[in-house]
Design a binder for this molecule. Structure first.
Ligand code: BG6
Length: 479
């Protein structure tokens, strides 16, 4: 008998800006990723203040889910998906984020998408904000540094909550909200980049702005959760954390402390606020040591207390090591790097592969919070090359996923309450960190390449048929 609950939510995950394309269609406004050029593993993508006609902006066409959604959702259904994680692109609904009235054509698009999911008995899992801040809010308020954004976000949420009642039940307020703790989050998440034009790796880092922005995101998240709980009791409201499990490199107590502090700020800081409704005890010292002064208003504490999440979700790709000792080599990652772990292999992008670490992570999170968990991103970004028969034989991806699912099963046996699993980029899409197509995660291959060429046709990889079997057996048949 399968160890996974019988209503386990098997599926896949995506984000609007990485796969919809149609960036300026039907009234959509530009969001931050629409201002980002392509890059590679070694050449950073740029964020620009206007769209240069001679440069490539991968989000503009992406894989054109906007015009292929019926075909794509039918393929997900063929694999047996129970759920499909996608984000709503804020600028389809409010093109600058500041309009009084929503854009009907944008709302209608997601009606079509959710209706199509319903037709196939697929439950949507919606990320409300997945690295898709309206660019106009960057220009006017320096992104989430502006407290005004809370109100705009609330307006946006109230609109989609009302519109998709009966179609959507599971909502995540912010993708990887803890990105704001790291310099990389400046572009992707907090949008505190007013006036910046240059490589994303060189964005000036201003922690004061990032943490102010995060405070506003916490308030925005809590406010809409409270609103949903009061007005839509059937809605389940979740958070989303980029979980970067780390181990001390050595048993040196100094490494233990270093790692504990890293774990506290990178992994626990945001979710402590979102699960427990207050800043964790260790925030005070961190702010003092880093000269960070978050401006608050009377009533903020109460708001955080009243808007706690119902379930906890996270992405899991890799683990890293932390040390106080001199090291020669670092490991890769999209939000953070770290020190190499000699016991682990890494992907072509240097992300260290650690299936057992997923079991450890699930136990750590569940041990701390004891609320239902969901793994909403996991997967192997890899170069896929067609075989002589013209097909993608991605046994490396199957191996990666198989080992992670086996460890999830162990965690369930350990007693963790796990609701579901949606591997990242279930259909090939644009990479968030590098802006390239060559880094593929999908079960479905998309004929689209880094230079923008490709006819956008879809093909099933070997992993497609394998995952179909996994779902049909509720995770029992991993062969
Ligand atoms: C997560 C993001 O950080 O990792 C996704 O939520 C992203 O948006 C995914 O695509 C994988 O990262 P990358 O850089 O390989 O696309």
């Amino acid at each position: 008998m399968s160890v996974f609950p019988k209503d386990f939510l098997w599926g896949g995950a995506t984000a609007a800006n990485q796969f919809e394309g149609a960036w300026d269609v039907d009234g959509k406004g530009p969001s931050v990723p629409d201002m980002c050029t392509n890059g590679t593993h070694t050449v950073p993508k740029w964020v620009t203040t206007y769209t240069h006609p001679d440069r490539l902006y991968p989000s503009h066409e992406a894989i054109d889910f906007y015009h292929h959604y019926e075909e794509d959702i039918a393929l997900f259904a063929e694999m047996g998906f129970k759920t499909f994680r996608l984000s709503i692109n804020w600028t389809r609904i409010y093109p600058t984020g500041m309009e009084e009235q929503p854009n009907e054509a944008g709302l209608a698009f997601y009606d079509r998408v959710f209706d199509c999911c319903k037709k196939h008995n697929i439950e949507p899992l919606v990320t409300i904000s997945h690295y898709e801040l309206p660019y106009a809010l960057v220009e006017k308020y320096n992104g989430w540094e502006g407290r005004e954004l809370i109100e705009y976000y609330e307006r946006y949420c109230k609109t989609i909550f009302a519109r998709y009642k009966g179609k959507v039940k599971y909502w995540l307020t912010f993708n990887e909200i803890n990105a704001g703790v790291m310099p990389m989050g400046t572009v992707l998440s907090t949008g505190t980049i007013r006036g910046y034009d240059g490589p994303i790796t060189e964005v000036p880092d201003r922690p004061q702005e990032r943490f102010q922005a995060l405070h506003h995101q916490f308030l925005a998240s809590a406010k809409v959760i409270k609103y949903a709980h009061e007005n839509y009791p059937e809605y389940k409201m979740g958070n989303m954390i980029a979980f970067g499990m780390s181990y001390p490199s050595t048993p040196d107590p100094a490494d233990m402390i270093e790692n504990q502090q890293h774990m506290n700020m990178f992994n626990w800081f945001c979710s402590d606020v979102q699960v427990r409704g207050e800043y964790p005890y260790f925030a005070k010292r961190y702010f003092a040591d880093h000269d960070i002064h978050v401006k608050t208003e009377p009533g903020d504490e109460q708001i955080l207390k009243e808007g706690c999440i119902d379930f906890y979700t996270f992405s899991y790709y890799m683990t890293n090591c932390i040390t106080t000792h001199e090291v020669e080599d670092t490991a890769g990652g999209n939000l953070l790097g770290g020190v190499k772990n000699p016991y682990l292999k890494a992907s072509d992008w240097g992300w260290q592969i650690d299936p057992m670490g997923l079991r450890y992570t699930l136990n750590e999170i569940y041990g701390r919070y004891q609320i239902p968990l969901m793994v909403v991103e996991n997967g192997l970004g890899a170069y896929d090359v067609k075989g002589e028969d013209g097909k993608i034989h991605d046994s490396y991806r199957i191996d990666y996923l198989r080992e992670h699912i086996a460890q999830m099963a162990e965690a369930v046996k350990d007693g963790v309450d796990l609701m579901g699993y949606t591997p990242w980029g279930c259909i090939d899409l644009v990479s968030a960190s590098t802006g390239e197509m060559a880094k593929r995660y999908g079960f479905i291959y998309v004929n689209k390449f880094d230079d923008g060429s490709g006819d956008l046709s879809r093909e099933r990889k070997d992993s497609f048929f394998w995952f179909k079997k996994v779902i049909a057996s509720n995770g029992e048949d991993l062969a």
